[in-house]
Design a protein around this ligand. Sequence first.
Ligand code: ADP
Length: 322
Amino acid sequence: MGAKSIAVLTSGGDAPGMNAAVRAVVRSAISAGMKVYGVKRGYNGLLNDDLIEMNLRSVSDIIQNGGTTLFTARSPEFNTPEGVQKAAANCKRRGIDGVVVIGGDGSFRGARDLTGAGVLCIGLPGTIDNDIACTDFTIGYDTALNTAMEMIDRLQDTSESHDRCSVVEVMGRHCGDIALQVGIATGAVATLVPEVPYDFDRDIVQKIEMVRATGKTHYIVVVAEGVGHTEELARKIEAVTGVESRATILGHVQRGGHPTVRDRVLAGRMGYRAVQLLEQGLGNRVVAVKGDTIVDYDITEALNMPRVFDEELLEISGKLSL
Ligand code: ADP
């Protein structure tokens, strides 16, 4: 039997487009005749019974805003068997039989456990890093890319004026997708990602020397957070090449800002699918996008999928920045 009363929460790190996803879930659920609750601060809200019933107007004017109006949190208490049982009991007491969880892999593990405790859960991928294997794109990734690109464009202006090398760290602890895309989009002379080991001499020094010999006077090196040592790298580049080098760590600016069209539309389509699945009485599913098609997978199957990094695109990136 399909869910009649559902809840929606945002969990783990925030991402632009989470509000658009919440809005889509709320509006789709109400259209389907369901009751819908907004849960505050991720799984903590289920444990503390901190939730409010939403109506059509509860999600007005949020589609354009970054962050999450439901707030988000990490919940160590939920990550225990007792925590999961308590959250499930709170849901059942309120008659909630489905929950849409917007977050990353950790949040999906929680959704799997909560489904096991009798509350149908659907995961929506909301994280800027694009580090979820089952989907081509996560909600928030496109906005983060555009923010990082714009910031690097600005650094490019000043690097050019001063004949400098800008070494820029972008987000991505285990996933180099932001670095790769932004490296191509900004014409970085080198892009370092956690998935592919790099050689300082071959991939950075020789590359700078090569393009310097053709008349280039300023350089961008993009480094994914997971590679790290960004300040040290800038110092080494300056010491070895003689080009004045500055490190910039973009950090959490990449997590904020108005979501792009792509992220808003993706969030809308995914939120709608999540409600359809709950209507059909399905749980333990994660919604994803493959090409331009919205699909869904069993959560365990999705968590076991290997992430594939596009090494060919990294090579192409190197060839384009000669
Ligand atoms: P993300 O969803 O962005 O990967 P986290 O890994 O911090 O973020 O997970 C968010 C929350 O999901 C955690 O605080 C915890 O409550 C829950 N969670 C994470 N891992 C598990 C797990 N293995 N089992 C159950 N719940 C989990």
